[in-house]
Design a protein around this ligand. Structure first.
Ligand code: SER
Length: 583
């Protein structure tokens, strides 16, 4: 079965079981600077686990584009990927353990045809925070999972939370027995030897964790995630995802082009190429900070491995074409964004190529000077980063190729200091720049707060911001709403915003504890993603929002607010495009 067939089967199956199929959120979360990329299907849904009503109901399913980069330097082995697709189904206070487990079982055994003997499951073994999950284990038994295929583990294996705080709970994981021989008498699902491969994770999300511990959520949710590449590989009885149709044509092309053979380098190129394509297509740009830096690392590491394979870098453009061909059925947006992807990727390649050879020379010189030690000081790693644009994993690989190690700790400290400095620098530049040339974007930013407040008055207080995008010429604002706004509603919204502008309301800024801010009724998109101390911007007494700013100091600076367009953005989400006209 091809990956896209598995995806379609999955969505059809959950549709049949009453789920609304929602679109994948972008890889780069809109308006949420606190996370780099979307890393799981649940991420865009957090407000709904906490009790907010989802316009599509209480049963949802989707495929979600995800990027996880914690293991970037593991890519090249037979399983790690930075980009992957997660199939997910959710219950928002609807079904819980039994139904979730029986649907998973039915999907795996009936729809995908996996023999029950190949399935192993794990459940939470219980601790002071939460009891042993006998309910899940019973449900598995009732479905037909063999009794000795059920294992219990603690929080390390069978508990799921995104990060440190937020909605969470015990999970039950499903494993596929590849049939490889056991690595020893203790070989079991938690073992890393490759015999058992995790295929699906159902999280029974009924707790909320903050620094004081666990409390129960208002509602019991289910959050599940099934890794598509892995499932495809298993169903096709392939050894690695690189042998499936998602990567095989690229792997083959690389093999034809290479002058030096290395399967590891081919995998790195194939994986990083795909990941970079997906990130750029969703709006990513290489830079030295945060998201941009992840993308830069992916592209630069890929370039170095193309060099290792001695593949002419001029081939990059045709490799992008081929990769888009492979992926466009699954992600039709790639076709449309192909030229952009090429421009961004080739520009980054040109930048890196200029310094790559010199950096490698510098590296050789530096290790020659080291004498007997096999540990490369952080300072050298940092210099290679700072002067030659070498991401640390590239230097690490160079080191390993020469039997050296790098002092990660020292490098990380230097890097952190450097990032703090450049972040402060770019913020200062931003402020300075805004004062002169982009008064417009600041004004639009304040206008989004007014619009947010006006929508609450006109549509209802459940109308919340879902995203926004500002340029010097216009603003775009997404919010949840189950209907197209009427002419009357649009006019009311426009009139309210203009009334507040005319009232010359002061815009004030206050720092406070997150808890206090929420208690005081401040609006925010994703509460758990803010730090403990937050900035709250108030406009007169009509708007109060958690926000990083900057804003104008008085609404009189905005000019006249005009809605240009109101349209659907995605299911249950409307989009307003508006402008400010200087009087
Ligand atoms: N959030 C869980 C995971 O990422 C299930 O989707 O594994």
């Amino acid at each position: 079965m091809k990956a896209i067939e598995i995806r379609n089967k999955y969505l059809e199956f959950f549709k049949k079981h009453g789920h609304a199929v929602i679109p994948s959120a972008p890889l780069i979360p809109e308006n949420d600077p606190s996370v780099l990329f979307t890393t799981a299907g649940m991420q865009p849904l957090v407000p709904y686990f906490l009790g907010e009503k989802h316009p599509e109901g209480t049963r949802l399913a989707d495929f979600q584009k995800c990027v996880r980069t914690n293991d970037i330097d593991e890519v090249g082995d037979n399983r790690h990927l930075t980009y992957f697709e997660m199939l997910g189904n959710w219950s928002l206070g609807d079904y819980f353990k039994e139904e979730s487990i029986s649907m998973s079982f039915e999907f795996l055994t009936k729809e995908l045809g996996i023999p029950v003997e190949k399935l192993f499951v794990t459940c939470f073994k219980g601790d002071k925070d939460c009891p042993r999950d006998e309910v899940a284990a019973q449900a598995w038994k009732k479905s037909g999972i063999l009794e000795d295929h059920i294992y219990y583990y603690g929080k390390d294996d069978n508990w799921w939370i995104a990060g440190e705080e937020g909605p969470c709970g015990p999970d039950t994981e499903m494993f596929y027995d590849t049939g490889k021989s056991a690595c020893g008498p203790n070989c079991q699902p938690s073992c890393d030897c490759g015999k058992y491969v995790e295929i699906w994770n159902n999280v029974f999300m009924e707790y909320f964790k903050d620094k004081n511990g666990y409390t129960k959520l208002k509602q019991k949710n289910v959050d599940t995630g099934l890794g598509l590449e892995r499932m495809t590989m298993l169903l096709q009885k392939k050894e690695t995802p690189f042998d499936t149709e998602l990567f095989a044509p690229i792997m083959k092309r690389l093999e034809e082009l290479q002058k030096v053979d290395s399967i590891e380098s081919r995998r790195i190129v194939a994986e990083h190429l795909r990941s970079s394509i997906m990130i750029i297509s969703d709006g990513g740009k290489p830079s030295n900070l945060d998201r941009g830096y992840v993308l830069r690392r992916l592209i630069r590491r890929m370039i170095r491995h193309l060099n290792k394979l001695q593949i002419n870098l001029e081939e990059l453009s045709t490799l992008i074409n081929l990769n888009v061909e492979i992926l466009k059925e699954m992600y039709p947006e790639l076709e449309k964004n192909k030229e952009l992807i090429k421009t961004v990727m080739l520009e980054e390649k040109d930048k890196f190529v200029k310094t790559l050879a010199n950096g490698e020379k510098e590296f050789k010189k530096a290790i020659d000077r080291l004498g007997n030690t096999k540990l490369i000081p952080g300072e050298i790693v940092f210099k290679l980063y700072d002067t030659y644009g070498f991401p640390p994993e590239v230097t690490k690989e160079l080191a390993e190729e020469n039997d050296y190690e790098i002092n990660q700790k020292e490098f990380k400290e230097l890097f952190k200091k450097h990032q703090e400095k450049s972040r402060a620098g770019s913020e200062a530049k931003f402020k300075g720049g805004l004062a002169e040339q982009t008064k417009e974007t600041i004004a639009y930013h304040t206008a989004t707060h007014l619009l947010n407040a006006a929508l609450k008055q006109v549509i209802g207080k459940d109308a919340h911001q879902r995203g926004s995008n500002i340029t010097v010429d216009r603003m775009r604002f997404d919010f949840n709403c189950d209907h197209k706004l009427t002419e009357e509603e649009k006019k009311q919204v426009e009139d309210l915003v203009n009334k507040w502008i005319q009232e010359e309301l002061p815009v004030t800024k206050q720092e406070m504890k997150k808890e206090e801010a929420i208690k005081s009724g401040a609006e925010c998109m994703f509460i758990e993603k803010y730090p403990e101390i937050v900035t709250v911007y108030s406009i007169g007494n009509i708007s109060k929002e958690l926000c990083g700013g900057p804003h104008v100091t008085n609404t009189k600076e905005l000019g006249k607010f005009k809605i240009k367009k109101e349209e659907s953005s995605s299911s249950g989400v409307r989009r307003i495009k508006a402008i400010l006209i200087k009087e």
